[in-house]
Design a protein around this ligand. Structure first.
Ligand SMILES: Cc1cc2nc3c(=O)[nH]c(=O)nc-3n(C[C@H](O)[C@H](O)[C@H](O)COP(=O)(O)OP(=O)(O)OC[C@H]3O[C@@H](n4cnc5c(N)ncnc54)[C@H](O)[C@@H]3O)c2cc1C
Ligand code: SF4
Length: 322
């Protein structure tokens, strides 16, 4: 059995205190929300923080109306997947949250933690024992090469959050608090193509709220491929959202995940003005196929996962027909 290392656990009561504590120890501390990713990774020594700063008293779990829907970053995935307003207006998010992992982990795991989830890789997601024997890689040891692509200057670990593509397709933004105050950022702009520095947020910033625009006229869905439907991470995921004006598409968004180090918004403009006829759907499915750049560092084969981008985009869009 893998055990947690010794660490200091602090539970600040205010956002300001959490930001101060983290700011004082950027290199040796981490935030924890539900802990469903942080603690297993600490057991495997992928993360080795001396201090773990809990966000449980800092971010709330409320669902508020306000020109759409505002969800506190501390809302659990179970609450997100079961909330009537999410199920009615933002189905892709309800489906994505409901497909994360297992019921137990969804009861603990939060939406904020899912938005900030670490990238994954077959080489990195191993015990310390395994990595000591096989060799470390640059995600934990900057001086070592990438073991998946030794000539790559960047880590190619895979974006693996299920809710992020759904949130991007739904046009979400996040409220971020940091030392310089609060700002609102489009969620699509929060990620970069880099398996180590995968978030564009400043170190120490906290996601406090996820904001969804009004949902009138929108229909959406999320499809996920994984090894075992009982609990695995995505190896390909597609979210699609379409706004209908009568029987014509007025706006559309498609986002893919687990097919590169960042979730990607696919150009879905070919759908606007159509009735989601087969040729329009095929054009966007082609775009998703082109945007998918899987590497051989998670389950499935590269061609299988790339093909999933096309097939899932087609299936998702066809399911959204009026
Ligand atoms: C067996 C197993 C299967 C899993 N399957 C899936 C899956 O299918 N799909 C999936 O998406 N995930 C999966 N996960 C990962 C995890 O359970 C979820 O992503 C969960 O939503 C993480 O939320 P958390 O609150 O537990 O995050 P934590 O583990 O507490 O934190 C995750 C990361 O986010 C940071 N963080 C947390 N909250 C905030 C915040 N508000 N602001 C800034 N930073 C923050 C933490 O510092 C950490 O870096 C799985 C995990 C396990 C162990
Ligand atoms: S992609 Fe390369 S650097 Fe990144 S975790 Fe995998 S082996 Fe390590």
């Amino acid at each position: 059995m893998l055990r947690l290392p010794r660490f200091q656990f602090v539970e600040p009561a205010t956002l300001a205190e959490a930001l101060r504590l983290r700011g004082e120890a950027l290199d040796s501390s981490m935030y924890v929300a539900g802990g469903t990713d942080v603690y297993p990774k600490m057991k495997r020594r992928q993360f080795q923080p001396a201090t773990v700063i809990s966000l449980s008293r800092v971010v709330d779990d409320a669902f508020r109306n306000g020109n759409g829907l505002r969800i506190g970053a501390g809302a659990t995935l179970t609450a997100v997947s079961e909330h009537p307003k999410v199920k009615d207006g933002y189905r892709a998010l309800a489906e994505a949250a409901g497909l994360v992992s297992t019921p137990q982990l969804r009861n603990m795991g939060t939406l904020g933690g899912n938005v900030c989830l670490d990238t994954r890789c077959n080489w990195y997601d191993q015990s310390l024992f395994w990595r000591t024997a096989e060799g470390f890689c640059m995600k934990t040891h900057a001086e070592v090469v990438c073991r998946v692509a030794p000539s790559s200057a960047k880590c190619l670990a895979v974006a693996s959050s299920d809710t992020v593509p759904a949130l991007i397709a739904l046009g979400a933004s996040v409220v971020v608090a940091g030392a310089k105050g609060e700002r609102i950022v489009s969620l699509a702009d929060c990620y970069r193509e880099d398996g180590i520095r995968y978030l564009t947020l400043e170190p120490g910033e906290i996601v406090t709220e996820i904001r969804l625009p009004a949902s009138e006229g929108w229909r959406s869905t999320y499809l996920k491929q994984r090894d075992r439907n009982s609990f695995d991470f995505p190896i390909a995921g597609v979210a699609a959202a379409v706004r209908w004006d009568g029987n014509t598409v007025a706006d559309a968004r498609v986002a893919i995940t687990a097919l590169g180090s960042r979730p990607v918004a696919v150009d879905a403009s070919a759908l606007v003005g159509t009735k989601l006829e087969d040729d329009a759907v095929a054009a966007v499915a082609d775009a998703a196929h082109k945007a998918a750049r899987p590497m051989d560092n998670t389950s499935g084969t590269i061609s299988q996962r790339k093909r999933a981008a096309r097939v899932f985009t087609e299936r998702a869009l066809v399911s959204l027909r009026a």
